[in-house]
Design a protein around this ligand. Structure first.
Ligand code: SAM
Length: 212
């Protein structure tokens, strides 16, 4: 996914009105950024941003913040927004490890993780976005009654994510091992770039919805 050698990516991102450049300074003030009191939903590791922008078009009464670690990837989302601006979307370029320094207590209504990097080596387990360490960070920013949705085609990562729930104090509300053949969970599904690619290859898509 990481695109290299894109000249000027940092400059383009640095000048974009859709990117929040001092996210820590906005802690507790995200509704002010959007100028309304609509719920704020975030996607962590949004890649090129197709999912979050399609969600924003489908749900104009929700504010969306897309988080991506790499400028070279975020650039693609910024370019799309410049062409087709959406008032209810903003982006942050950051490592989600410091997410609790960017959003205040219960400031977020829902969290999406889509096709998160698997980090297959055991010693890198803490870097996996559905790990107990990350669930602890999400716990700080997610409102009471809010939930987190995770999709992947990676069976090992999904099983790991399920095992992390109990020790982190979360529980599964809904689970499917084949989203695209689960009529109830598929309702309203918006495909991500990776989801389209991997489901076209015949891979099953796993999904859970969790709460604490
Ligand atoms: N969600 C998109 C999709 O489903 O098409 C992209 C999936 S891609 C495999 C994972 C993305 O997450 C990459 O763009 C990667 O840079 C980003 N990412 C991984 N770890 C991250 C972190 N700790 N903080 C922010 N972004 C991260």
């Amino acid at each position: 996914m990481r695109l290299r050698n894109i000249t000027g990516a940092r400059e383009l991102i640095g000048n974009s009105e859709f990117v929040i450049h001092d996210p820590e300074g906005q802690k507790g003030n995200w509704h002010g950024i959007f100028g309304n009191n609509n719920p704020i939903h975030i996607e962590i590791g949004m890649g090129k941003g197709r999912f979050i922008m399609d969600m924003a078009k489908a749900h104009a009464d929700i504010n969306y913040v897309g988080i991506e670690k790499y400028s070279s990837v975020l650039l693609r989302a910024v370019q799309k927004m410049e062409q087709d601006p959406l008032a209810n979307v903003r982006f942050i370029r950051m490592d989600a490890e410091s997410i609790a320094e960017v959003f205040g207590k219960e400031e977020i209504g829902r969290i999406y993780l889509n096709f998160s990097d698997p980090w297959p080596k055991d010693r890198h387990a803490k870097r996996r976005l559905p790990s107990r360490e990350f669930l602890g960070r999400y716990d700080k920013i997610l409102e009471k009654g809010g939930h987190l949705e995770f999709k992947t085609d990676n069976e090992d990562l999904f099983r790991f994510a399920m095992e992390e729930l109990e020790p982190a104090g979360w529980r599964a509300k809904k689970v499917t091992f084949d989203l695209h053949h689960d009529a109830e969970m598929l309702e309203g599904n918006i495909m991500t770039e990776y989801e389209e690619r991997f489901s076209a290859m015949g891979n099953a898509i796993y999904k859970y919805v969790i709460e604490r």
